[in-house]
Design a protein around this ligand. Structure first.
Ligand code: SAM
Length: 176
């Protein structure tokens, strides 16, 4: 199981980025994202995507990020904090691939100091500043070695048949 925790989202300014963090989490095989309820619309957006494109990805609103980290530690999840200051992904990916249950923590602007100590792994997708969206995508890809793109999303209304030219979309009959 892979889950994602978004911390430090700023009002309005981070809405689009947080939505993309959620969409990448879903499309790259995570099962759930935890975030503060800064903008409740993000949950509706993701639920609409689930309805159309399938799967059961969940957005769970939280109060305190630290409680999520503590609970997940009790459930034997390993905590990976994405940070440009962390160990280079190239040197830890093999170790991470062996882990069963992971909680991946991504920041927004400022990250509380404590997360560095609470994390089992602080991982850098290189040591240059870039984006939580790209960092998350690359981490999920390195951990699952591309397997996430074979994942089946159940009960989809639309399913894409990958094609060389143009668009091929299968539309399912729906009962609702
Ligand atoms: N300046 C902030 C700090 O140092 O805490 C980070 C801002 S960055 C736009 C937001 C988030 O993107 C970070 O909290 C981290 O999760 C992620 N991120 C950015 N660059 C990264 C990198 N090279 N490796 C891993 N994560 C990165």
């Amino acid at each position: 199981i892979i889950e994602v925790l978004r911390i430090g989202q700023r009002l309005v300014r981070d809405d689009r980025v947080t939505t993309h963090v959620a969409l990448v989490s879903r499309a790259f095989g995570a099962e759930r994202i935890f975030m503060n309820e800064v903008n409740p619309e993000i949950k509706d957006t993701v639920e609409k995507i689930n309805k159309t494109w399938g799967g059961k990805f969940e957005v769970e609103f939280i109060d305190k990020w630290k409680n999520v980290v503590k609970k997940k530690k009790e459930e034997n999840f390993k905590i990976i904090h994405l940070s440009m200051y962390g160990q280079n992904i190239n040197n830890v990916q093999e170790e991470l691939q062996k882990e069963k249950n992971l909680l991946i923590v991504v920041g927004a602007e400022k990250v509380p100091r404590e997360i560095y100590e609470l994390a089992d792994y602080n991982v850098g997708i290189g040591s240059q500043p870039h984006s939580e969206i790209s960092a998350l995508a690359i981490l999920l890809d390195r951990i699952q070695k591309g397997g996430q793109f074979e994942k089946y999303f159940a009960n989809a209304k639309r399913k894409i048949i990958p094609t060389k030219n143009g668009k091929n979309v299968q539309v399912e009959e729906t009962r609702d």
